[in-house]
Design a protein around this ligand. Structure first.
Ligand SMILES: [Zn+2]
Length: 368
């Protein structure tokens, strides 16, 4: 675990420094022009949460879901307006489907999950600067107001007084490290481990932790609250797109057929009922290679969606784009404006280092 921690931090640090150097050098605008001559592609940014956290160590939820603080987000949007062409995702998809040309340097801004800070922090800044955005929300969480399961898992690991994590159904019986920083890494490893299992096992394991450690999700927390329908209606009335992120934020590829179809159809119907519009877009929950496949794509088409975003890193070339597997560029908390600008300009080289999908949490585990 320590080795990966070190190499991850090193890779992030190196890329941040290179990004800032590129930005300060003034080379990015000419490189952007040069790249546009040889590469005709569309960029879609993926955000989760926009939040100011004065003390990151004291924050009791998943820091990896914080994409930027308010000032950083404002600076990123400023750069988008100066150097790129922000467009609604719907306009981008319509143009791709119809073959219509889009402005060079088109960028769409998207948000996943539906955290309350999207309304409280991101929405006023987007509106003030006139940048369009699409918010993908998990409708069951908007209905219930309950925190997201994966974020609650991180919360439980950070807060528990238990000394060991025992989840025999996931082949885990491991000590929980004492320090908060070590627990964050442990929780990140646990998330990667758990996401390899089918959805029912994942949810059963999380619910068991809630019960055994007496930390029910229903206890909720102001730091991990979803938006309300009232807030989403206001955002939609202001011109922002609201799309589906499933009902209960489960990995669709890990669900049996009936549950898969239920998540897709029910979330779409709920959005249409609550917002009185068609909801043509989906972002696959989790969204990486493990989260969607051909079966999920076929079910997405059958449920009536016009396009779907993945969480696979990359841009979308006009010649080879897939409207049911749109690549995105995730924005991460460690990105300053320089790195952000460098990623948008040179996405092939300047993305956030891909997180290791394998896990070593079970290296020390005892099989049940
Ligand atoms: Zn999500």
């Amino acid at each position: 675990m320590a080795r990966r921690e070190h190499s991850d931090i090193e890779a992030v640090g190196i890329r941040a420094r290179i990004g800032e150097m590129f930005y300060a050098s003034g080379l990015l605008p000419p490189l952007q022009k040069l790249r546009a001559l040889v590469r005709d592609d569309l960029r879609i940014l993926a955000y989760h949460r926009i939040l100011d956290i004065p003390d990151t160590d004291a924050f009791e939820f998943d820091l990896e879901l914080i994409s930027a603080d308010a000032d950083g987000f404002r600076a990123q949007l400023g750069l988008l307006k100066r150097r790129f062409q922000p467009l609604p995702l719907g306009e981008m998809v319509d143009a791709l489907v119809s073959g219509r040309r889009l402005p060079k340097n088109a960028v769409a801004v998207t948000f996943d999950d539906g955290y309350e800070d999207n309304y409280r922090v991101a929405y006023p800044i987007l509106r003030e600067l006139g940048v369009p955005a699409t918010f993908f929300v998990s409708t069951g969480h908007i209905d219930s107001g309950q925190p997201f399961a994966y974020d609650w898992l991180v919360h439980m690991i950070l807060r528990t007084g238990a000394l060991r994590l025992k989840l025999p159904e996931l082949n885990l019986d491991v000590p929980i490290p004492p320090s908060r920083s070590a627990r964050r890494l442990f929780a990140a490893d646990l998330l990667r481990h758990i996401k390899a299992f089918d959805s029912a096992l994942q949810m059963a394991a999380i619910m068991r932790m809630e019960q055994e450690w007496d930390m029910p999700r229903s206890a909720s927390s102001p730091d991990c609250r979803p938006m309300s329908w009232k807030q989403l209606r206001e955002m939609h009335a202001s011109g922002f797109e609201i799309g589906s992120h499933g009902v209960s934020h489960q990995m669709l590829a890990k669900l049996p057929d009936d549950r898969l179809h239920g998540e897709l159809k029910q979330s779409k119907a709920t959005l249409e009922r609550e917002l009185h519009v068609t909801a043509p877009f989906l972002a696959y929950p989790v969204g990486g290679d493990l989260a969607f496949d051909h079966r999920v794509i076929n079910a997405t088409k059958a449920a009536g969606y016009a396009a779907a975003c993945s969480y696979v890193y990359g841009t979308n070339r006009r010649t080879s784009w897939n409207q049911f597997s749109l690549n995105r560029l995730p924005v991460e908390r460690e990105m300053g404006t320089g790195w952000f600008a460098a990623m948008l300009t040179l996405p092939e080289f300047m993305g956030y280092p891909i997180k290791n999908l394998t896990t070593n949490i079970s290296d020390t585990a005892c099989s049940s």
